[in-house]
Design a protein around this ligand. Structure first.
Ligand code: IPT
Length: 955
């Protein structure tokens, strides 16, 4: 390394956490995180706090017990200082917010100083005690009563220090100095906000003599015999009791064979409650018997191939950042279970340990990831990447070891992951080697080494459907290093990230799921990602919005790329989550003729816990309903059930069959819907047209409709633009948005070629085209009277060689602002797009124009309802019925697509003087090109001759 890189090293009295690549000093050995009946004292709450703008400006003597902190601020612990009025959040994805100058960080390095006074509760035992920090971002040093205990890094990992000898009954002073950046920051380049401080709980825990240092629960399940083996390794003498299994006072270390146990799986998360007793404490255990193995090229749990229906989860709360609450964690788990999710990747760091308790209890498979990412080194072609620099090996091994040791006793953890996007190198190999030795009971994952040399599963992110299919057929291209090929070709495959859920999307989920179901090797994956990391803010006039990169004046930021979740920042489900639930459904229902086929996609459970309810609706009005008698379908099995004889119906009628929980579960009440299907049993009756003359006064001199009965309207006329979605947008030059804008589709003009009035009505011929191109669209409007209604048939014919897809093929019209209540019969209740419509069902729905909108925190195209048969807009000014022949896509808004396109936050959108109604033939699909493949060919809207018909009836 060039000497100038080293020049700053150790100069002045820079503290070790700022100069060393070591992970820390003075810390206790990592151990399992577990509750215990040993006395404990929470040190959460209000601390005294001061923020120095750089380490050199830190307060001298601040750790002295007698230091006067009376003038300091107050700060809530756990929490981030940037979200409590000190400094501000900053968001970057791949790029480090400081020079790539490892291991150094800038002198401008905010440094938080924390002080907390505490007394020991009465009866606190003398002797050993540990101070436990479950998460401090990024590097910190701890003093107790003026004595330095040590320092640590690894923001999302637990650190414990010995505190016993320094404690006194009253007036203890704990002082902590936290640097926002440190050499360790080079290992923590995850795609998220840079937020600092003591953001997880701080606890003082007594360690009475004979307390356990560490313990490892091994609870295996033998699927060939149904038996279990339980062995608990401890480092002190201990006994084990599990009353339910008839075990009492069994010496730890001794294997116990149980002839018959209920295994743990995400589907049936059976836990046995036990106690580990030592001379010093008793530890409650929750034991789940399960065996994870890669066998014959497949990832198995309890001897069976599993399918991961997973999501990537960052920890997030829009007000508290990564200092999530118990309620947040429970909400996530319950929402996941209710949306048919069965797996979580803890991207890209160990979560709060309580989250894993919930996964054990409610049943979620966990890919537990180490707190590691060095992604920003890609900008330098991975040069000087810590992953391949021996100076960082202790820190990287330390992280891996603390991940495994902390979480090893969770049955939910089925895979360990070395980290994310950290390139390749010897340190990663060493981490994998260490894990294999320490815990042979769990396969190791790491996506960043394309050759999968050191891991047990082949993992990719954002692979296209075609690539996944090739992998499923074992026809993937060979590894870069030919010697790794045989190993990788023998591995099961998963997508550690796919279906980027940024903004409106993802599109194309169903097609991935079908591949996972078709090819045994493709064992599912984890959608990116669970939650939008928006930060709650308010406009000066008090309206809430969610901030993203750049909203805090960051000089370097990645905008709204931090908003790519299935749920909005406040955990409101987005349409993407509703789609995910339908695609992930663990039973598939299909009606054919008079029979319902139930296909059970569970890996372990039958369908006895489900009840199948049917209902018949005509034009969305209930006609009949009932419960089907269905036998218990075995896992991966399929049965056909005879449907009841349905009553006669008049009008378009749909049979809906829903699989719902027959009884209450821990995560949802009886009646919760797990899956549904719909089947049309009678088609719509079309009424004969009743020709009627048109009123010339209803049209202006350009042939544009301006009046409908008593309503003032404008349009409809051809409209192809949509406010680009994040998946249209992307930074990629091939992004459809760039192509659309290059063509000028956001600024088309209309030219009337001619209009002809006749007895049959009015024909208006136009050419619609943007400036500066010879491409265009001929649009011809055929107007005719139909009783009291107006009938419009639009014909569109492209002019020239169109090479880009169209955003929409549609009509736009303005109707009076008073028509704010919409009722429709068609697809709903939420928005749907060509490649994201599995959650859509045909029915009759009502929404106000306000409720119609999906409030993506970054405004973009939203709210499209598909296959609308008819819609009625009503309000003070009268009413308007619009019918399709047969159907149309409908959107209603109080602003235009252009307004939506220009807005940066939903609070920028101001209702205008009219309601804008889109009546479309089709829209381009969504895809996931914000990170991943674009729209599949079958959902691409090509510019081609088209025609559709709508009928307008004033009410
Ligand atoms: C991938 C990252 O692993 C993840 O953290 C997130 O940033 C995601 O992208 C995009 O939201 S890495 C990318 C190079 C595919």
């Amino acid at each position: 390394m060039a000497p100038e890189h080293e020049a700053g090293r150790g100069t002045a009295a820079a503290p070790a956490p700022l100069t060393s690549t070591d992970p820390g000093a003075g810390r206790r050995a990592p151990r399992a995180d577990a509750p215990s009946d040993a006395p404990a004292l929470s040190l959460d709450g209000t601390w005294r706090f001061h923020l120095a703008d750089r380490p050199g400006h830190a307060t001298p003597g601040f750790a002295e017990p007698g230091f006067d902190d009376g003038g300091w601020s107050r700060l809530e612990v756990p929490g981030h200082w940037q979200l409590q009025g000190h400094g501000s959040p900053a968001y970057t994805n791949v790029r480090y917010p400081f020079p790539l100058d490892p291991p150094f960080v800038p002198d401008e390095n905010p440094t938080g100083e924390y002080r907390r006074r505490f007394d020991l509760p009465p009866g606190w035992p003398e002797g050993e005690a540990v101070l436990r920090f479950r998460g401090v971002d990024s590097a910190f040093t701890v003093w107790l009563n003026g004595t330095e205990l040590g320092w640590s890094t690894g923001s999302r990992l637990t650190t414990e220090f010995d505190a016993g000898p320094l404690l006194r009954p009253h007036g203890n002073v704990l002082a902590v100095r936290v640097h926002q950046f440190s050499p360790a920051s080079y290992l923590e380049d995850q795609d998220m906000w840079w937020l600092s401080g003591i953001f997880r709980d701080v606890t003082l825990i007594a360690r009475p003599p004979g307390s356990v240092g560490d313990f490892f629960v091994h609870a295996d399940y033998d699927h060939t015999t149904g038996g279990g083996t339980l062995r608990v390794e401890t480092d002190v003498p201990a006994t084990l009791s599990v009353p339910e299994l008839g075990l009492s006072g069994v010496p730890a270390g001794q294997p116990c064979r149980i002839p018959s146990v209920h295994p743990w799986s995400a589907e049936l998360p059976r836990l046995y409650h036990g106690t580990l007793s030592t001379a010093g404490e008793r530890i409650p255990l929750r034991i789940g018997f399960r065996t994870v193995a890669v066998r014959d090229g497949l990832l198995t749990v309890n001897g069976r191939r599993i399918l991961l229906r997973g999501v990537n989860r960052h920890e997030w709360n829009p007000g508290r950042g990564r200092a999530v609450t118990a309620d947040d964690m429970l909400a996530d788990v319950l929402m996941m279970k209710r949306h048919n999710v069965n797996a979580v990747r803890t991207s890209h760091y160990p979560p709060h340990p309580d989250f894993l308790d919930l996964c054990d209890e409610y049943g979620l498979y966990v890919l537990a990831e180490c707190d590691l990412e060095t992604h920003g080194f890609t900008v330098a072609g991975w040069r000087r990447n810590p992953s391949d620099d021996p100076r960082w090996r202790p820190a990287m091994l330390d992280r891996m070891c603390r991940t495994v040791e902390r979480d090893k006793n969770h049955p939910s953890v089925v895979l360990w992951s070395l980290g994310n996007e950290a390139g390749t190198g010897g340190n990663l190999a060493a981490m994998a080697g260490w894990v294999h030795e320490r815990d042979p009971g769990r396969p190791v994952h790491y996506e960043g080494d394309g050759d999968s040399r050191h891991v047990d599963v082949y993992s990719r992110m954002y692979a296209t459907h075609a690539e996944v299919e090739a992998i499923g057929r074992y026809e993937e291209p060979p590894t870069a290093d030919p010697s790794a090929d045989a190993h990788r070709r023998g591995l099961p495959f998963l997508l550690c990230e796919y279906a980027h859920a940024m903004g409106n999307g993802p599109g194309g989920l169903l097609e991935y799921q079908r591949l996972f179901e078709r090819y045994p090797r493709c064992q599912g994956g984890f959608v990116w990602e669970w939650i939008d990391h928006g930060i709650r803010r308010h406009t000066p006039d008090g309206r809430e919005f969610f901030a993203y990169g750049g909203d805090f004046g960051e000089p370097l930021h990645d905008g709204n790329f931090v908003l790519d979740g299935l749920v909005f920042p406040d955990r409101t489900p987005s349409p993407g989550l509703t789609e995910l639930k339908a695609v992930f459904a663990p039973v598939r229902l299909a009606v054919e003729g008079t029979r319902l086929t139930v296909t059970n996609l569970h890996d372990f459970t039958g369908t006895a816990h489900l009840r199948f309810r049917w209902s018949l609706e005509t034009e969305g009005e209930p006609v009949a309903e009932g419960v089907l008698r269905a036998e218990d379908v075995p896992p991966q099995g399929s049965v056909a059930v005879e449907l009841p004889v349905l009553p006669p119906v008049a009008g378009e009628s749909w049979l809906t069959v829903r699989a719902e929980l027959a009884g209450d579960t821990a995560w949802a009440a009886a009646g919760h819907e797990v899956a549904f299907t719909q089947h049309r049993v009678a088609a719509r009756r079309t009424e004969p047209r009743r020709p009627a003359p048109l009123d010339r006064d209803d049209f202006d001199d350009s042939g544009t409709l301006v009046r409908l009965g008593g309503l003032r309207v404008r349009g409809p006329r051809l409209d192809v633009w949509r406010a680009p979605t994040d998946n249209d947008r992307t930074t990629n030059a091939d992004a459809v948005e760039s192509r659309w804008r290059a063509l000028g589709l956001h600024r088309v003009t209309h030219r009337v070629i001619g209009q002809e009035w006749s007895d049959g009505g009015l024909v208006v011929r136009t050419r619609v085209a943007p400036a500066a191109t010879d491409l265009g669209l001929f649009a011809t409007y055929h107007w005719a009277g139909d009783g009291p209604a107006l009938l419009l048939r639009v014909e569109v014919r492209p002019d020239g060689e169109w090479t880009a897809p169209l955003p929409r093929m549609g009509l736009r019209m303005a109707v009076p602002a008073g028509l704010g209540e919409v009722e429709w019969f068609g697809g709903g209740p939420g928005e749907a797009y060509a490649d994201s419509c599995q959650a859509m069902r045909i029915g009759r729905y009502r929404r106000t124009v306000e409720e119609w909108q999906t409030p993506y925190p970054m405004p973009q195209e939203n709210g499209n309802r598909r296959q609308v048969r008819w819609a009625e807009l009503r309000g003070g000014d009268g009413g308007l019925r619009i019918e399709g022949a047969p159907v149309f896509d409908l959107t209603v808004r109080r602003w235009t697509s252009e307004d939506l396109d220009a807005a940066r936050h939903p609070t920028d959108l101001v209702p205008g003087a009219v309601i804008w109604v889109n009546l479309d033939l089709a829209q381009h699909g969504l895809g996931t090109a914000s990170c991943g493949p674009g729209v599949l060919p079958e959902y691409t809207l090509t510019a081609a001759p088209a025609s559709w018909t709508v009928r307008f009836l004033p009410l």
